[in-house]
Write a protein that binds this ligand. Structure first.
Ligand code: ZN
Length: 66
């Protein structure tokens, strides 16, 4: 499934199976990208139906590079 990092952090992502909200409180494992930078993948397990979810973060807006 695809979402933006901000939506994920705001708890707007729902488990596709049981529709429960999932988010940072579910203990996601972020998979770092090569070369550093923000993780673009995360996996977490829905606490209700125990489905393993794989989440890909997509950019929602232009990324500011300081
Ligand atoms: Zn679920």
């Amino acid at each position: 499934m695809h979402t933006t990092r901000s939506s994920f952090d705001a708890g707007e992502v729902r488990c596709p199976k049981c529709r429960r909200h999932v988010g940072p409180s579910d203990g996601p494992k972020f998979i770092a990208t090569l070369g550093g930078g923000e993780p673009t993948l995360a996996t977490l397990t829905c606490e209700r139906c125990l489905t393993m979810l794989s989440i890909r973060f997509v950019p929602a807006e232009p990324i500011q590079i300081a």
